[in-house]
Every structure is written in structure tokens, then in C-alpha cells.
Design a binder for this molecule. Structure first.
Ligand code: AMP
Length: 613
């Protein structure tokens, strides 16, 4: 089921959406039928279905799996075995997810056909946006898009993040011109592998064409804020380039430099002065986006899930522009679109497109106790791990059988060789458009900390803290309690750990004698022990700042418990939350800080490399 959509034909696009959201049941059945017929002879499915393709057998015979279950198959393909062990269609590359397994990115299979499905997905977003915002074809989009490093598997398959794969594809590079897809960034600047040069050049092009810009954005809110911070640090130099008509000498990527020089054109001191005035007027950069790009109608960035933490900062810079989250996707497959893109970020729901994959849902029970402490959970925010529990009694239900107000974990069967695969996302049904359920993204299962694309679980944190404890324990310190917090008050954000320490053999209320250099080492050790996506964000992307440990005074965690109990937690069941989301709980901790220590080393990272077995 491979559909096409002409992004320039709004009427046809909206008709297609009506069809996709009305005939959901039939389309999902067709999708499953196709996947099973095509792949019945793969080693994987044969093992469960014995070459049968009846849909009824699928749910009975094929197990719901997670990455550890399919990892051996993926590794075999990476090491050169034929794609047919899981997919009848050739696997053309592996997409490295921000989810990790054993500290390394999970790898999702992809095919040439899947690229067409992604193109369809991007195209169908266009009529939806046009329905709500007029005149987008009369200007340009300043979308700040970046690629990340890629690597090859021992068998020579490319392994890279899904967006890098898309931007490098001919579907993106040779996209047919259409007035809704005109970007200020030349492709050469998006495809520049040096992220700093890429950022500089894309901002320069965006500033030069500021009068034509009707929308700005990046994929995730964190990347857009990083661009604003970058501009705060570089606006003088950017203005200087505009004034002189000369791109800074440190832009050495030749194709990027040439493309940007063409856009920069002749010296333009009038424009440089204008930009300078906007950057220097007022006491702060409040509303800077609207000032620098006065015709912009909205900011397109994903602000749901863990990105919700950036909404206040974005609002500060935006000057009242709507924040628009258009899509929900993953390395496994693209999933859903926001049919009401101009809605308030906390009301965003995604409609899963039934032609993208076969969707199933594991019912979950919500834990009201934790919801009380994490009000964001109900409103597109991240939450603690205990919030929602698996309902062990129930089986996975189909897309058309989900119920309003219920929570589910998403399971996908893709055209690329994933069968009944748990994506790890928790969604809540908020309503229906025609027959298509709409979902609020609730949280990523087990993720407690996230600044950019990193996803740190309670277990990852525990392991990393255990490594740091090895430094303090021989020195007579005991870590009696800890929790964490994603501090996004500055850009880039950083992880903060709150530690309550005690000196062995001394009374708890005696003053601690803390050696700052030892604490700095603890911070670095925690960072070294976190997974490769965290370390890439920290070292290569500079999207996460140095980790901080705040040592708190004796009794702080008792005060935290008192606070949680006062908010409705049961004393008997109380467990220290391993991540703090509530402002008030944070104040309980912050008001008792004895010392703040930062990581002094950038952790080791290199693109992962698969070992040949
Ligand atoms: P990756 O596997 O690195 O491509 O990351 C995909 C994951 O990012 C999804 O499974 C979600 O957890 C998260 N994600 C993607 N799009 C959204 C969105 N619109 N809102 C919230 N989370 C999202």
C-alpha cells in the first residue's frame, strides 16, 4: 500500500486524508495482508506462521517483541546475511534510533520503498498546513535542518539516523519544486557535515532572506533553541558578513560556502544595520524571532513529549507566534500527523495514518498517585516511570478498537521487517477524526531524563551513579539518596543530579568536607557511563551541557518525601522519584543545596562500529 500525494493539490490531499481517516479498518487490514503475503517466507515469520498468511493467525502466532528479541536478526543483516531473514524487500540501510540497547543506538531496517512512504507522509502535511494558514506559497521556510554522522556495518550497509537518511536521499535533494517547499537554507548547507558551519550558514541565509520568511522551525524544539543561542553568540559576525558580502573564512566546506555566497550576494549594510538594531534593542532577546523575521506566521517545532519542557523558553523568544508540532514519527516508521496544527501545544494530538504500518496497542493502566505529582503527564509532558503500568491481562488491540481516554503502548508491524514491535511510546486516545483515533503523546516508556534526542532511563541513571559511587566510597562518603532533573533554563540544557551524602563513621548532621575536584570527577564518570546518544549530544552536537551534581544537606530527601506525601502520595508506597518534574519539588531540593559541581571533561564518543562475528 504505497500512496502518493501531490503537495500542490490541496483538494486532492484533503480528499486522501478523508479516505485514510474513514476507511481505517479496511486500510489496516489491507496493510497487514500485504505485509504478511510479502513476507510469509522470511525466516522470521516462517518460524511463527509456517508460511501461512491468514491475518487471524498473526495475533495468535507472532509474539509482541522488543528490540532485544530482534537484535540478533538485525545484527545478522548488518554482518552480511540476506535481508530475507526478516524482509522480502531488500534492506537498503539501517536507521540508528535515539533509543539505545546495550549503550548503542538501536538499528531499524529500512527499504527503498519506505523512503517513498516517508515522502508521501511529508507531502500530506502540506494540505493540512494550507488549510489553516493562508499564503504560505508566497514566501519561504527557514527550517534549520541538520545531518548527523553515519557509519557502515561490516557488510557495507549504511547506518545513520532517519532524518540524515532522508535529507541525503534523492527524494529530498531532487524534490520537485513546489511553492510550499521553498527553504531559505540551500541543500548544501543542510548537508554540510560540520554542524557548526551548517548552523552558521543556515542562519546567515535565513537572515539575508528575512523579508521572505513566512515560517521558521527545526525538527525538535531543542534544536531551534540551540539555533537562537548560536545566534546570540554569532549575530555580530553574521551582520559583518552581510555588511561585507563576504562569508567568514572559517566556513571551509566548499559547496556550502559557494551556495551561501550566492545567496549572500552584494554587501548590504542597510540590512546589517536593521538586524543589528533588532539584536541590540531592548534589555533582552524577548520576542526576537518576530523581530528578526517579521512576516513569520508560526514556529514549526515538535513541542510534545520531552520537548514540552522547552515551551516557556520558546514562548519567550517567539513574540507570541504559534508553536506548531506537525508530525510524530520514529526510526521504525513514520506514524501520525497533527490535523489541527495551530492548536495549543498542550492540546496536540496525532492521528496515526493507517497506510504507514499495521498498528496495535497494548492497554495500560494509569497510576493516579503519580499523575498527581506529574501534572504534565496528562498534557504532553514527560513523566516518571511509575506513572502508567502494563495491564498484564489484556491483549494488544487494533487501531479501530482503542477507547477514548485510555492509555496504550504502541506496537508496530512495518513494511520493513518489524513484526509486532514495541516502539516504547505511551499514547492516550483523545478523540477521533472520522474513524481514525487521535493520540496525545504521553511519554516514552522508562525515560526519566531527556534534553535533546537522548533518552536516559532510571536504569541507565542507576548504573551511571553506581560508577561514580566507586569514586566517593573509598574516600569515606556514602550516597544516601539521589534524584535527577533536566535543567533547561539555559541553552544547552544539562542533567542535574541531587546527591545527599554522609561521611562514614560520622553523625549525619556533621558538616561534610567535600573535595570539589572529586565531585567534578564524579560528574565526568556519570557522563562517561551514560549511553552513546547522550555522549554524542554532549560531544559532537553540543546539545547538552556539562552534567552537574548538587550536593544537598542532610534531611533533604525527607523533606522531598514530606512534600510528595502532602501532594497525595501514599506514605507506605513512597519511593524517591528518580527524576523531578514539579517546580515545587525542585524548590524543596534547590533550597537545600550545599555545593554545585560540574563535569570537567567532555565524555568519549565516536560513531559506533559493529563488530563482525
Ligand atoms: P528515533 O527512534 O530516534 O527516531 O526517535 C523516535 C521517538 O521520538 C519516538 O518513538 C518518540 O518517542 C519521539 N518522538 C518523535 N516524534 C515525536 C512527537 N511529535 N512528540 C513526542 N515525541 C516524539
Amino acid at each position: 500500500m504505497l500512496l502518493t500525494c501531490d503537495p500542490t493539490n490541496n483538494e486532492a490531499g484533503m480528499k486522501l486524508l478523508e479516505y485514510l481517516t474513514t476507511d481505517v479498518k479496511q486500510i489496516q487490514e489491507q496493510v497487514l495482508d500485504e505485509i504478511l503475503t510479502q513476507n510469509a517466507n522470511t525466516d522470521y515469520l516462517r518460524g511463527f506462521l509456517d508460511c501461512k498468511t491468514e491475518k487471524e493467525l498473526f495475533k495468535k502466532g507472532v509474539p509482541v517483541v522488543n528490540y532485544e528479541d530482534i537484535k540478533p536478526y538485525i545484527e545478522r543483516i548488518a554482518n552480511g546475511e540476506p535481508s530475507e531473514i526478516i524482509s522480502a524487500q531488500p534492506i537498503t540501510e539501517l536507521l540508528t534510533s535515539s533509543g539505545t540497547s546495550g549503550g548503542q543506538p538501536k538499528m531499524m531496517p529500512s527499504t527503498a520503498e519506505e523512503l517513498e512512504r516517508k515522502t508521501f507522509f511529508y507531502n500530506i502535511l502540506v494540505p493540512v498546513m494550507n488549510k489553516y494558514v493562508d499564503g504560505l506559497e508566497q514566501g519561504k521556510a527557514m527550517y534549520l535542518l541538520f545531518i548527523k554522522p553515519e557509519t557502515s556495518t561490516p557488510a557495507g550497509l549504511k547506518a545513520r539516523p532517519v532524518l540524515t537518511s532522508y535529507y541525503k536521499s534523492s527524494n529530498f535533494r531532487n524534490r520537485p519544486f513546489n511553492p510550499f517547499n521553498v527553504y531559505t537554507s540551500p541543500d548544501e548547507s543542510i548537508l554540510c557535515s560540520d554542524n557548526k558551519q551548517s548552523m552558521y550558514c543556515q542562519l546567515l541565509c535565513g537572515l539575508v532572506q528575512r523579508d521572505e520568511v513566512l515560517r521558521v522551525g527545526a525538527v525538535f524544539a531543542s534544536a531551534f533553541l540551540r539555533a537562537i543561542k548560536f545566534m546570540e553568540d554569532h549575530w555580530r559576525e553574521l551582520c559583518c558578513n552581510i555588511r561585507s558580502g563576504h562569508v567568514s573564512d572559517w566556513i571551509t566546506d566548499t559547496s556550502c560556502r559557494n551556495a551561501v555566497s550566492l545567496i549572500l550576494g552584494k554587501p548590504n549594510s542597510y540590512l546589517a544595520d536593521l538586524i543589528e538594531v533588532q539584536c541590540t534593542s531592548g534589555n533582552s532577546w524577548e520576542g526576537i524571532i518576530k523581530k528578526l523575521w517579521p512576516k513569520t506566521k508560526y514556529i514549526e517545532v515538535i513541542v510534545t513529549g520531552s520537548m514540552a519542557q522547552y515551551i516557556p523558553t520558546l514562548e519567550f523568544y517567539s513574540g507570541g507566534l504559534p508553536l506548531v508540532s506537525t508530525m510524530y514519527g520514529s526510526s521504525e516508521c513514520y506514524l501520525g500527523i497533527n490535523l489541527k496544527p495551530m492548536s495549543n501545544p498542550c492540546d496536540v494530538s496525532y492521528t496515526l495514518l493507517p497506510n504507514m504500518a499495521y498498528f496495535e496497542f497494548l492497554p495500560l493502566e494509569e497510576n493516579h498517585d503519580t499523575l498527581l505529582l506529574n501534572p504534565q503527564v496528562q498534557r504532553n509532558g514527560v513523566s516518571g516511570p511509575d506513572t502508567i503500568k502494563m495491564d498484564n491481562q489484556s491483549e494488544a488491540v487494533s487501531l479501530v478498537d482503542v477507547k477514548l481516554g485510555h492509555y496504550y503502548e504502541l506496537v508496530v508491524t512495518t513494511f520493513t521487517g518489524l513484526y509486532r514491535y514495541r516502539v516504547g511510546d505511551i499514547l492516550m486516545v483523545t478523540g477521533f477524526y472520522n474513524n481514525a483515533p487521535q493520540f496525545r503523546f504521553v511519554q516514552r516508556q522508562n525515560v526519566v531524563l531527556s534534553i535533546d534526542t537522548d533518552k536516559t532511563s532510571e536504569e541507565d541513571l542507576l548504573k551511571a551513579v553506581a560508577q561514580a559511587k566507586l569514586i566517593i566510597e573509598p574516600r569515606g562518603f556514602l550516597l544516601t539518596e539521589y534524584t535527577s532533573y533536566a535543567d533547561t533554563s539555559s541553552v544547552p540544557g544539562h542533567y542535574v543530579l541531587f546527591w545527599e551524602l554522609k561521611t562514614r563513621g560520622r553523625r549525619s548532621d556533621e558538616a561534610l568536607e567535600i573535595d570539589p575536584s572529586i565531585m567534578g570527577q564524579c560528574c565526568s564518570t556519570v557522563e562517561e557511563s551514560l549511553d552513546s546518544v547522550y555522549r554524542r549530544c554532549r560531544k559532537k552536537d553540543n546539545s547538552i551541557g556539562p552534567l552537574e551534581i548538587r550536593v544537598v544537606n542532610h534531611g533533604t530527601f525527607d523533606a522531598l518525601m514530606d512534600y510528595c506525601v502532602s501532594k497525595g502520595s501514599s506514605v507506605n508506597q513512597y519511593k524517591t522519584p528518580r527524576c523531578i518534574k514539579s517546580e515545587e519539588a525542585l524548590q524543596v531540593l534547590d533550597s537545600r543545596v550545599l555545593g554545585r559541581y560540574f563535569s570537567t571533561r567532555v565524555p568519549f564518543w565516536e560513531p559506533f562500529c559493529l563488530q563482525t562475528k
